[in-house]
Ligand binder design. Structure first.
Ligand SMILES: [Zn+2]
Length: 673
């Protein structure tokens, strides 16, 4: 054996594993399945990916060695809006915009761009040692996946679970698309609260620019100050002249907010929209004053064409000069929705969209949690999952982007048909695409259905392992759609890993400059080192701090294992068998197995690390030198440890296994009993 462990051999080892066919499920053992959370096909690997690769690979290798028929199915996601957003930024740099291209050309350009990058993502996962079954690799835009996603939509429609309606949606005027409620970031903002003279009232609003689209004013039904106005029509002096509105009563109005009178602008406020739904015969059809381009529409008269911020400032000035502004509170704190992609303030805007009715689906998902058909590991996050499922609103699945699966709706005159192919001459297809999460929400089902026999054998999957940050946006949707499509929850267990933070516990970010690039670390210290550094002592659902020094420490551990092996390989002591030594090794094995069975992965890593370093190296090897353990025993002990260490540090252990003269590979060795 060389004096030092040479981590540059990692790629050769990986190649041997892959060529041996060891990554495919084998045998008659009980099925163990993980469907990989598909990374964005276009993203270089970051430390969060390295975390999921490590955990999922540990579980996969452990179950494979245990003799389970183990499948870790890999794939990548087209990541609709995310990818189109990145691509459009690239276009802007070239002085172009998405509007310079027709739909098909734009789609083709993004397709080529993604293809260029997606093999990189896969290669990077391989560098980390991911032993997934690459022959079963799926991309969310593979034609059979697109067919299945389309079919699910058609089925949902036929089952009465899809409808098309003009409703208020969260719209980003910068990204040019709507979002679902789960994609909204809620942030606190300090803004101005304007008290405006409004006919016989004074009312408070943060958005004077929407007043041109007011269709009513509302008060609380038992507010004594205003009872006499309820049901009356009032005349109001406005910046564009006089107009008339009805006064309605609705419990939603908080008598303590402002003056207890609010304007109702159904197309620009979610609450007002609800009020309109309840008072349809007292309130006329709503009007839209904010356009999809973020500018005021023609109903704003002389303010039309202005962007929201500019319009608000001008309107404030004009209200002041016309004496319509009573006062301004400029320290008003409230919550607004912002775009999770670009950070712009989201506008509630009325749009014809497709929605999935989620109520009955969510109830079934809750039942699956109640009956423990699905169990969540993640520091109490099952509660959050339940909360989302309980309060979920109908899911807007239309996105105004081309990068994705086009909605199979066809229109002619005033007719609509939902079907895979055009019904015939003169029918035009919907231009919107599905929300990315509509396809990734079906991922465990559609990936397994793509090869005959897999679904029957591997569904429901064993573990869904993912970051807790996408619990609502992804795990919720997989449960809704998985149960709808198969009658069964798509996974028995959900393992949620935490975020990786820097050594001082700060979030990693480019602007702080504390981002760890996992591939740089692999080059410097080897894949084993970063895997072990990420996983050791980690707890599901809790964030973990990792710095370069942690990774360096684990590289030292690789060297420690290598050096111990060098000693053992050449050791020649011939004392009689030591029963205590055998007992101790067996008890470590059963301890590590138990921890892995119970998904205490961080603790399992810590245990095997400590036992190897502080017991095997520090004390057992010393005892061997002192003639208390013989050469066969210490060699057997080392091999048992190599097996226990293999899921965590696959490269150095395989490398030593080969040095010890094995013809077979450690990846397929049997787990210690
Ligand atoms: Zn945006």
């Amino acid at each position: 054996m060389d004096k030092n462990y040479d981590q540059s051999k990692e790629s050769d080892i990986y190649k041997r594993w892959e060529e041996s066919g060891s990554f495919a499920p084998k045998g008659l053992g009980k099925p163990f399945t993980i469907i990989m959370p598909p990374p964005n096909a276009n993203d270089p690997l970051h430390v969060g990916h390295a975390m999921f690769v490590s955990i999922e690979d540990i579980l996969t290798r452990y179950h494979r060695m245990k003799g389970d028929s183990t499948l870790w199915l890999p794939g990548t996601d087209h990541a609709g809006i995310e990818t189109q957003y990145v691509f459009e930024k690239k276009l802007v740099k070239q002085g172009k915009s998405r509007f310079d291209f027709d739909r098909d050309t734009l789609y083709k350009m993004i397709w080529d761009y993604v293809q260029e990058n997606s093999s990189t993502t896969v290669d990077q996962m391989k560098r980390l040692g991911a032993s997934s079954d690459w022959k079963k690799f799926k991309f969310t835009l593979d034609s059979d996946i697109v067919d299945q996603v389309t079919e699910t939509f058609i089925n949902l429609y036929q089952d009465g679970l899809v409808y098309r309606d003009k409703k208020l949606v969260n719209y980003c005027t910068k990204c040019g698309t709507s979002y679902s409620e789960l994609e909204v970031n809620h942030v606190e903002e300090t803004t101005k609260l304007y008290f405006i003279k409004y006919g016989p009232f004074v009312l408070a609003t943060t958005r004077p620019e929407t007043k041109f689209a007011d269709t009513a004013v509302a008060v609380h039904p038992s507010d004594k100050r205003y009872i006499k106005y309820i049901g009356q029509e009032i005349e109001v002096d406005g910046l564009l002249g006089k107009f008339k509105l009805n006064v309605i009563a609705d419990e939603y109005v908080d008598p303590k907010f402002g003056t207890g009178v609010v304007k109702i602008t159904p197309f620009h406020d979610f609450n007002d929209y609800e009020v309109w739904q309840r008072h349809k015969n007292e309130i006329p059809e709503p009007k839209q004053v904010i356009g999809f381009d973020g500018k005021l529409t023609e109903i704003a008269g002389k303010y039309s064409g202005l962007k929201i911020k500019a319009a608000r400032e001008l309107i404030e000035k004009d209200l002041q000069t016309t004496g319509l502004l009573e006062k301004v509170n400029d320290k008003y704190v409230h919550t607004i929705g912002t775009c999770y992609r670009c950070g712009s303030v989201l506008e509630p805007l009325p749009l014809l969209q497709f929605f999935i009715k989620v109520k009955s689906l969510a109830q079934k998902a809750l039942k699956a949690l109640d009956s423990k058909e699905t169990v969540v590991f993640g520091a109490g996050r099952e509660k959050i999952l339940r909360n989302w499922l309980t309060n979920l609103k109908d899911w807007n699945i239309s996105r105004q982007i081309v990068w994705g699966i086009r909605i199979p709706a066809w229109y002619r005159d005033k007719q609509m048909q939902i079907r895979k192919e055009s019904p015939g001459e003169g029918w035009i297809q919907e231009i919107d695409s599905f929300d990315t999460w509509f396809s990734s929400g079906q991922w465990p089902v559609i990936t397994l259905k793509s090869k005959p026999g897999d679904f029957e054998k591997f569904y429901p999957t064993t573990i869904m392992e993912t970051g807790y940050d996408i619990l609502p946006i992804w795990v919720v949707r997989m449960m809704l759609l998985g149960i709808y499509m198969t009658g069964k929850s798509p996974f028995k267990q959900v393992y949620l890993h935490g975020l990786i933070r820097d050594e001082q516990g700060r979030k990693m970010s480019k602007s702080v400059g504390n981002v760890i690039n996992p591939l740089e670390m692999v080059d410097k210290y080897g894949a084993d080192a970063i895997r072990m550094a990420l996983v050791i002592s980690s707890t599901p659902g809790q964030d973990k701090s990792v710095g370069e020094s942690t990774i360096r420490g684990m590289r030292n551990f690789s060297n420690k294992i290598w050096n111990a092996a060098r000693f053992v390989k050449d050791f020649t002591g011939t004392s009689k068998d030591n029963q205590e030594f055998i007992k101790k090794i067996n008890s470590i094995s059963s301890n590590v197995s138990n921890l892995l069975e119970n998904l205490k992965i961080g603790l399992a890593a810590e245990t095997v690390y400590n036992e190897f370093w502080h017991w095997f190296c520090d004390s057992a090897i010393e005892e061997a030198k002192a003639g208390k353990i013989n050469k066969n025993q210490i060699l057997w002990g080392l091999k048992e440890f190599l097996k226990l260490l293999h899921p965590f540090m696959p490269f150095v252990t395989e490398s030593i296994w080969q040095e010890l003269g094995h013809k077979d590979l450690l990846i397929t060795a049997s787990w210690p009993k």
